[in-house]
Ligand binder design. Structure first.
Ligand SMILES: [Zn+2]
Length: 481
């Protein structure tokens, strides 16, 4: 059914009224919408049927995209079909598969009905992102599974979209978002879908609630992970400021072959896919890396978003007492040797790499990850040395987070450099020209760690991080129905 324009506007207002949060920021000229997904699995066939309804769309071309260019081994989808609309044109944009549908002569239906199918093979090992459909479990970063209308305007404004999930009984989506509202389309479908017997644990720490959902049999006690995450969250809060949300959903699911992988799924959900032959839990470094992502309220280039993030994770794990100084130096030493052995170390800047390198390889293959971590350490050192320990990388991080309050998320390298310079009280042009825009070789981590002024005392932790343990509380494990 199509509504006259004024009625559709009225409907948009009605929708806005029913979602109290941020829908008011949705600009009138964004051609979208409200989405609802119905998910129907057929475990015997390894198929998942998805029916998507798009309400309130009014653009000329409907572009459905899988917002990930990551190739997914073992995932074959049937092309989406839109009811009453001619077949789509298929294409790739920046590696992301997308299907375009033109507006029919008589206009769009409302809602627009889309159907497509995912076929998940179980015959071969699935890739590191572990898309899997077992008898009663579907686990995947949903960017891989769910198509969504491409709405660059919406993504740019980080505006809210309302999403409804109709999942089979016993399935749960771990978005951590409240009220089913997502912001922008880049993060729109960052969610995990889990089903089956899930053991839940709750930990609260420093005002944060962490809900850990554990699936499968493990040879270690998943409560250890709850405790470690809680400690990391406390330190992150003290160092990086208030979190965007005070509740996290963390999932731990088994991989099908030896690997370990972490995955941030929206601002308050984290997934770990893990299987190591010796039965050890996911490493502290991985837990810390993912937790620190939850304190990133900005977008930046890979060297900062991932590399500097990795260093910050190690630093916080060290401050939380989860890894000692020696272990931290050892891990940084490992990162350094990967960096030094990188074949492009002397000719690729970070920007060159983002342009030239094949995407989605293991993180060891990217200077952005490994050199980026060392640039994080060097930048932390630079800031502390110049200010006698008054300012550090965490100060810069908090400044970068602050700007999201005004809807400004993206930080260019030049902006990071000038903010760092403002904090340090002097230009960082040389540092950035050498290590970020250039291919200058970083000093070895033991040198970068030597004589480092202590980090500033954070105003958020007057009693010191030793008090962290006092904030931790753990609920008893329970099994979901
Ligand atoms: Zn990461």
């Amino acid at each position: 059914m199509r509504f006259p324009r004024f009625l559709r506007t009225a409907r948009a207002f009605a929708l806005a009224a029913s979602v109290p949060v941020v829908v008011t920021t949705l600009p009138g000229d964004v051609p979208c919408c409200e989405l609802s997904y119905r998910v129907t699995p057929d475990p015997e066939a390894g198929d998942v049927e998805v029916a998507l309804e798009i309400h309130g769309f009014r653009g000329d071309t409907l572009v459905l995209t899988r917002p990930s260019a990551r190739p997914l081994v073992g995932l074959i989808g049937r092309d989406p079909e839109v009811e009453g609309v001619r077949r789509s044109r298929w294409g790739l944009r920046d590696g992301q598969p997308q299907w375009s549908f033109s507006r029919p002569a008589e206009g769009w239906e409302d809602p627009i009905r889309v159907r497509y199918r995912l076929s998940i093979t179980s015959r071969r090992p699935l890739n590191a992102w572990s898309v899997g459909l077992d008898r009663d479990l579907l686990y995947a970063p949903s960017e891989a599974l769910f198509l969504l209308p491409a709405m660059p305007e919406l993504a740019a404004r980080n505006a809210a979209v309302r999403v409804r999930w109709e999942l089979p009984r016993g399935w749960r989506s771990f978005t951590g978002w409240s009220g089913d509202a997502f912001h922008g389309t880049r993060q729109l479908l960052k969610t995990n879908i889990l089903a089956g017997d899930i053991e839940h644990r709750e930990a609260s720490a420093c005002g944060l609630e962490i809900d850990i959902a554990v699936y499968g049999e493990w040879t270690f006690d998943p409560a250890t992970i709850a405790g470690d995450l809680a400690r990391l969250a406390c330190v992150a809060r003290a160092r990086l400021g208030p979190p965007r949300a005070d509740r996290y959903a963390v999932t731990l699911v088994p991989a099908r072959f030896p690997m370990t992988s972490g995955n941030r799924n929206g601002p308050n959900a984290i997934g770990f896919v893990h299987l190591l032959p010796d039965g050890s839990p996911p490493p502290t470094r991985l837990l810390a890396h993912e937790i620190v992502h939850q304190w990133q309220r900005f977008d930046a280039a890979m060297w900062f978003q991932e590399g500097v993030n990795d260093y910050m994770g190690l630093r916080l794990a060290n401050e939380a007492g989860l890894i000692g100084d020696e272990r931290m130096a050892q891990i940084l030493g490992g990162i350094d040797s990967v960096y030094r052995a990188h074949p492009r170390r002397d000719n690729w800047s970070f920007a060159d790499e983002e342009r030239e390198a094949q995407p989605f390889g293991p993180s060891d293959e990217y200077l952005g990850y490994r050199k980026g971590a060392l640039v994080g350490l060097a930048l932390d050192r630079e800031l502390r040395l110049r200010t006698g320990g008054e300012i550090d990388l965490a100060t810069l991080w908090r400044e970068m987070n602050k700007r999201t309050a005004w809807g400004h998320v993206r930080w260019s390298d030049a902006e990071i450099s000038s903010r760092a310079a403002a904090l340090a009280g002097g230009s960082l042009d040389r540092f950035f020209a050498h290590y970020v825009d250039g291919t200058g070789t970083l000093a070895a981590p033991e040198r970068l760690l030597a004589n480092l002024p202590p980090a500033p005392t954070s105003p958020a932790r007057p009693r010191g991080l030793g008090a962290v343990a006092a904030f931790l509380e753990f609920g008893a494990p329970r099994l979901s129905p």
